[in-house]
Design a protein. Structure first.
Length: 450
């Protein structure tokens, strides 16, 4: 990270922020070391902070900006719309146009409803599953993140002290005050573990409305689900009448038709967000005609009432149309090829440095792990104190070398990046691994591995 005297304006702004914002920020994911870096501007693949420092952006607002910052088609679309109106109580033709784009490219997406955030999309998906099946419980992966909704927060951050047996993971509250009754409605399963997942689902199958799936669980290590595991849970859910909800708020970027299509999953409901708004807030819940009928409010009282003041607002819609039009097959194929190339280059760098690190991810996403063998499950991924310390050092060192990476190291590429940008990442990573402090921090991990 830049020295303290290199970000004086950010430090001063943080002091002001602490007087009016709890902790000085509006997002729990903002890192303050010694202060958050306040951004002045984004240009293509780069950020410029208030002190004039420039960084290659691997955060991209946590994967939302697939075309980087200030993407010209999005800027022009928003500028053209803002004078006509930013939001209305009435529908516009724009929501039909974006819906058509998405339904044409995503298998099993026949109808959809727009919302404003990924949290809302997941919330309405679970409500739809309950209304359609008449069942109340939901199942989710241990360690997975699906937004700020009580039921899906269960065991989001469980640890060795409280996560219980693998054959029946404990239901652990994430936020203080979460009612016990919420935990009782959630079944937690260990992903990429077929036998124990099916055991957990079997116990509650007559009560389960749905299984919530993230095909590359980001918060749980960015570990792709394995083909045999996907096939096993698909078959079980179909036989048990349990709906499959594919949460693609983050992972829709995995393929032209989304993550489910890329991984061979056949979901009943899909939630999508982030990239479909071109940098503006929007998300959706969608699926087949039959299950989406629960939202039908045109001719009767809907089984699941849904609405929102800023849902399907014209600014997000025009930005989304521009973004998705530009994200054609060649653009996405190039982006995913860059992601695979970078993951391979990082692994080569790790091998050359003889460090106990590994890399996971898929498509245009990657994550570093402070262990020699890449994890397959949440419990394998869960970092030790030594691993956390090494991860913090690497992220901080990369920042000081002009690479802005999330605190977790879960990173994303954008279509506006060039090979020279990826070379900069690899060079900064190699220099970081070669430092004496990095090797000292890695020593305990090396020792445990041997």
């Amino acid at each position: 990270m830049p020295a303290h005297n290199e970000i004086p304006k950010s430090i001063a702004l943080f002091e002001k922020a602490r007087r009016v914002l709890p902790g000085g920020t509006t997002r729990a994911t903002v890192v303050a070391d010694p202060a958050p870096i306040y951004i002045q501007e984004g240009r293509g693949p780069r950020l410029i902070d208030v002190d004039g420092n420039s960084y290659l952006d691997l955060v991209n607002n946590y994967t939302a900006l697939i075309h980087g910052h200030g993407f010209r088609p999005v800027v022009e679309a928003v500028n053209g719309q803002i004078g006509k109106g930013s939001c209305f109580a009435n529908p516009t033709e724009l929501e039909i146009l974006l819906s058509q784009i998405l339904c044409e490219r995503v298998p099993r997406l026949e109808k959809l409803r727009f919302v404003t955030t990924g949290t809302e999309a997941t919330m309405y998906a679970l409500k739809a599953a309950r209304a359609y099946t008449g069942r109340t419980k939901i199942a989710k992966f241990e360690g997975s993140y699906h937004g700020a909704y009580d039921y899906v927060e269960t065991s989001e951050n469980s640890d060795p002290e409280n996560w219980g047996p693998i054959s029946g993971p404990a239901r652990v509250r994430y936020a203080a005050g979460t009612p016990e009754s919420v935990l009782e409605q959630t079944v937690v399963v260990p992903f990429n573990d077929i036998d124990n997942t099916l055991l957990c689902l079997e116990r509650a199958k007559s009560e389960l409305a749905c299984l919530l799936i993230d095909l590359v669980p980001s918060r749980a290590g960015l570990i792709p689900l394995e083909p045999d595991y996907i096939a096993a849970i698909q078959d079980f859910c179909e036989q048990a009448g349990i709906l499959i909800v594919s949460d693609e708020v983050l992972n829709f970027r995995q393929g032209y038709g989304g993550a489910a299509a890329a991984f061979g999953l056949k979901p009943d409901l899909i939630t999508i967000g982030k990239i479909i708004g071109g940098g503006l807030p929007i998300a959706l819940v969608g699926g087949g005609d039959a299950v989406m009928e629960v939202f039908d409010s045109a001719s009767r009282k809907p089984l699941v009432p849904q609405g929102g003041t800023f849902a399907a607002n014209p600014l997000s819609l025009v930005a989304g149309i521009a973004c998705m039009t530009a994200l054609d097959r060649p653009a996405l194929e190039r982006l995913n090829a860059m992601g695979e190339g970078l993951r391979k280059a990082l692994r080569r760098t790790i091998a050359a440095a003889e460090m106990p690190l590994s890399v996971t991810g898929a498509g245009s996403l990657f994550r570093l792990h402070m262990r020699a063998n890449a994890p397959r499950t949440y419990r394998e991924f869960y970092p030790s104190p030594e691993a956390r310390a090494l991860n913090r050092y690497i992220v901080k060192s990369l920042l000081g070398r002009g690479i802005y990476m999330p605190e977790s190291s879960t990173s994303s590429l954008t279509t506006v990046m060039e090979e020279s940008d990826l070379d900069q990442v690899v060079e900064a990573f190699a220099a970081t691994l070669d430092s004496a402090e990095c090797r000292d921090l890695a020593a305990p991990i090396h020792a445990k591995a041997h």
